[in-house]
Write a protein that binds this ligand. Structure first.
Ligand code: ADP
Ligand code: MG
Length: 407
């Protein structure tokens, strides 16, 4: 691996989606670093999950939507087996790799995400012979908003187009997930990449993670006089990593004791009986709690879908609160900062709020009447200051487009 210098001039600020902060132009960095124009520019968004948490590794349902924040890639093909990667968001300059030497778990820091995509495509038999890539992103990193999936998806989409691989959006998502699971080594589910690849503007994605069947459900809070705030707590507690594996094991144990392939296979109507069965069988309390959360949250996804279809967005609020309580008390993946967002937002008049993503930090979503969105955001900021926490990042999450070619 070799590294060269940063471009000396930063590119002009740009933004093409409502609600997207200005970012840098990857084409200018590309031209400066690689000495030619890119063949194209692609964008893939971060996401926020409205409801359905810790359900994707149980073959369950999720309900993400795309953010206006995107990762962008300026890309050209190479036919000499070289992959060059650059991100304007991290120091270190260009990372230069050989495609035939790419191997899982071999380091490369941030570059493992896009390099892993190229590896995954080649491992699936696609003739990707190398590329020059310049990346830039407005998706906050490590905030539970899937900056990693945005990076993977934009890379996979660009390579799909340039090498004419003919992949569907779902196949692009699968390549990204394979990169993250098998190359980088992060055991994430398929939700993040599917959201980045498949979401549509003004919609949330009702996704069945068992067979990747999906439906675009109209979701336009602003049209109903509502605002969906994302509150980035800016904290990440170390407990998170082992806890994910532990919850996953708890879910698998619950399904095994109930004689089910996956917890997804337990209908909500049978939850109470199943919990009694588990208690009678001497199941660990933590296993019982995992089952209750997953089956409950799966059911909440279905309830939210019905409400969105009926145009009753305000009624989603209490379900967000229910979901948060379940994640806090049953799954135990929240943290004081996330609980404080939910508590302060509700006390200031929000319709409902919940942590979103893996928890132990990261972000929360808050559904609020547009007229009091500023008041509620101010109350959360004040509560953080009073508790001695650093100021959270708050923005209006406008359901935006999925991955696309820009030019
Ligand atoms: P999340 O996906 O929730 O933002 P992750 O820990 O899954 O958090 O992914 C964050 C990692 O993805 C970063 O540490 C970095 O390695 C990589 N990454 C994300 N965005 C960029 C970027 N713009 N440039 C370089 N690396 C990035
Ligand atoms: Mg991620």
């Amino acid at each position: 691996m070799t590294a060269t210098a940063e471009p000396t001039a930063t590119a002009a600020a740009q933004s093409d989606a409502a609600g997207e902060p200005a970012g840098t132009d990857p084409a200018a960095a590309f031209a400066e670093l690689y000495g030619r124009e890119p063949e194209g520019i692609w964008a893939a968004p971060g996401r926020v999950n409205l409801i359905g948490e810790y359900t994707d590794f149980n073959d369950g349902f999720v309900m993400p939507f795309a953010l206006p924040h995107t990762a962008r890639a300026a890309v050209s093909r190479r036919d000499d087996g070289v992959l060059r990667l650059y991100s304007s968001d991290v120091p270190g300059g260009v990372v230069s790799l050989r495609v035939d030497e790419l191997a899982p778990h071999s380091g490369h820091g941030w570059a493992a995400y896009p390099a892993g995509v190229l590896w995954a495509l080649r491992a699936a038999g696609h003739p990707v012979t190398g590329a020059d890539i310049a990346l830039t992103s407005t998706v906050p990193t490590g905030a539970g908003l899937s900056s990693s999936a945005a990076l993977e998806t934009v890379t996979a989409l660009a390579l799909n187009d340039l090498f004419e691989l003919g992949l569907t959006p779902a196949q692009i998502a699968v390549a990204g997930r394979r990169a993250e699971n098998d190359f980088v080594g992060v055991p994430c589910g398929i939700m993040d990449q599917m959201a980045s690849a498949c979401c549509a503007e003004g919609h949330a994605l009702h996704l069945d993670t068992r067979d990747l069947s999906l439906r675009q459900v109209p979701f336009d809070p602003a049209a109903r006089g509502l605002t969906l705030l994302v509150v980035d707590t800016r904290v990440k507690h170390a407990l998170g990593d082992g806890a994910y594996a532990e919850r996953r094991a708890g879910c698998e144990e619950g399904a095994r004791l109930l004689g089910l392939p996956m917890l997804r296979d337990l209908p909500y109507e049978e939850l109470a009986t199943a919990l009694t069965t588990l208690a009678d069988a001497g199941a660990d309390e933590s296993v019982i709690r995992c089952v209750r959360h997953v089956v409950g949250d799966n059911h909440r996804v279905e309830q939210v879908v019905a409400l969105l279809d009926a145009g009753d967005l305000r009624a989603v609020g209490p379900l967000l609160n229910e979901g948060h309580v379940s994640l806090r008390d049953d799954l135990r993946v929240s943290c004081p900062e996330l609980d404080l967002v939910v508590e302060a937002a509700n006390a200031a008049g929000a319709l409902g709020a919940r942590m979103t993503g893996g928890g132990f930090g990261g972000s929360a979503v808050v559904l609020v009447e547009e007229a009091v969105a500023g008041t509620v955001a101010g109350a959360v900021v004040e509560a953080f200051a009073a508790a001695g926490h650093a100021a959270p990042g708050i923005f209006d999450a406008i359901p935006s487009a999925g991955a696309r070619r820009l030019r």
